[in-house]
Design a protein around this ligand. Structure first.
Ligand SMILES: [Zn+2]
Length: 409
């Protein structure tokens, strides 16, 4: 058992790796509430054979043999505690949120829900219709990214396997597939228990170690290699989706794990520039968004437009990028942005205690554990300099980019 505490954090952050391989991470915020979650390194990227399997298992873990929720969840719900779970590309997580007095029960329930589980055929069958209903309801939410990733990455790349899966995959999942995945991935060495809120690291360890632990520890599964897996730059492909037509510009990101990444600041200025020029001056686009995806090491800027404005909008977007690469951001805008950033930091510090901060803590700790890198986040990170920003604009203007135009049906 090895414990470390980290510097440069606004609250005490600790990590212990237990002898069985389970990592325990805490952020002691001193709140009256606690968020406790168990994270496994298994997700959509592991669904190469059975599309949707990681998410299917996420559902089964929350039940005990029927479609109804697990009895431990129900018992905790009576104590003002909420349960939820999520399946991502690279991990699957199960969590409880509740008052600090319930922490031991929450952690205990997580152990019982997540380890040593096996499912039988009727249990898998009972959940399949729910999964299919969710798939049908949520398919459209992911349509844009599904199409984007299919175009960007090679067909068999794990990064094209979105956690929700596809209908064929969901229908093919059996108790055998479920149990084989549980056996392989739901192991102590492939998991981390993250607790944020009003519990001290040492106190939690006592609670954790009270749980009888056995079984095979296993090891954390490696992440598939991230950066620069793009098929290549192109500028034409169009697919039909049941959504507003839009243009996406996509780039690869170098060093995606640098936090904060100067590219994020550059993207927000770019979004601002596109808003002024294409929406306010020219009326070409309606909604503009940017996305910085650490897992896939890509970033996207997208705008909703009309099909007959595709060519003009995409030319104008390229011009905004070229203009920023040439002239940068005016110094008054830079100064205003820096003032806002400093205010943001202060409000972050003031909100680092309560439940509103838990998602941020979980995000940081989860990302650190997934990469086994506990050094990249520093709360004292300085503001992105003018030169760094200019370098980002230069890269956005000169590096390979993919332009995707999506038509509506
Ligand atoms: Zn679901």
């Amino acid at each position: 058992m090895k414990t470390t505490f980290f510097e440069n954090m606004p609250v005490r952050v600790g990590r212990t790796v237990l002898d069985n391989g389970l990592t325990v991470l805490t952020a002691e915020t001193g709140s009256a509430f606690v968020h406790a979650e168990m994270v496994f390194r298994t997700g959509g990227v592991d669904d190469t054979n059975y599309s949707g399997l990681a998410h299917f298992i996420e559902h089964l873990i929350g039940k005990d043999g029927t479609r109804a929720q697990h009895s431990l969840r129900r018992a905790l719900e009576a104590q003002n505690t909420d349960y939820n779970a999520m399946t991502g590309l690279t991990c699957t997580a199960f969590h409880f949120d509740g008052p600090v007095e319930e922490c031991a029960s929450m952690v205990n329930a997580l152990f019982h829900l997540c380890f040593g589980r096996r499912f039988k055929k009727p249990e898998v069958e009972a959940e399949r219709s729910v999964i299919l209903a969710e798939y049908k309801e949520r398919w459209i939410d992911h349509a844009v990214f599904r199409i984007r990733d299919k175009m960007l990455f090679k067909e068999k790349e794990p990064w094209t396997f979105h956690p929700i899966g596809n209908e064929e995959g969901i229908r093919s999942i059996s108790a055998k597939n479920v149990n084989a995945r549980l056996e392989r991935d739901y192991r102590f060495g492939n998991a981390t228990l993250i607790v944020c809120g009003g519990v001290k690291h040492e106190v939690l360890l006592e609670e954790v170690l009270r749980w009888p632990m056995g079984g095979v520890p296993g090891a954390r599964r490696p992440l598939p290699p991230p950066p620069m897996r793009m098929v290549g730059a192109f500028d034409e492909s169009v697919e039909e989706i049941n959504e507003s037509p839009r243009i996406l510009f996509v780039w690869g990101i170098k060093d995606p794990f640098t936090v904060p990444h100067p590219r994020q600041t550059a993207l927000s200025f770019l979004e601002d520039g596109i808003f002024r020029r294409l929406r306010e001056e020219l009326g070409l686009v309606y909604s503009i968004h940017n996305e910085f995806d650490v897992d896939q090491a890509i970033c996207t800027i997208g705008a909703v437009t009309a099909t007959d404005k595709f060519a003009e909008a995409s030319t104008q977007m390229s011009e905004v990028i070229a203009d920023l690469a040439m002239n940068g951001v005016p110094s008054d805008k830079l100064a205003a942005r820096e003032r806002r950033w400093r205010l943001g930091i202060r409000s972050d510090l003031e909100s680092h205690i309560g439940p509103a901060s838990f998602q941020e803590w979980v995000g940081i700790l989860r990302a650190m554990w997934l990469r086994d890198d506990y050094g990249y986040y520093s709360h004292d990170a300085r503001y992105v300099s003018r030169d760094e920003l200019q370098e980002q604009f230069r890269q956005l203007a000169t590096e390979e980019r993919t332009i995707i135009r999506l038509h509506s049906q």
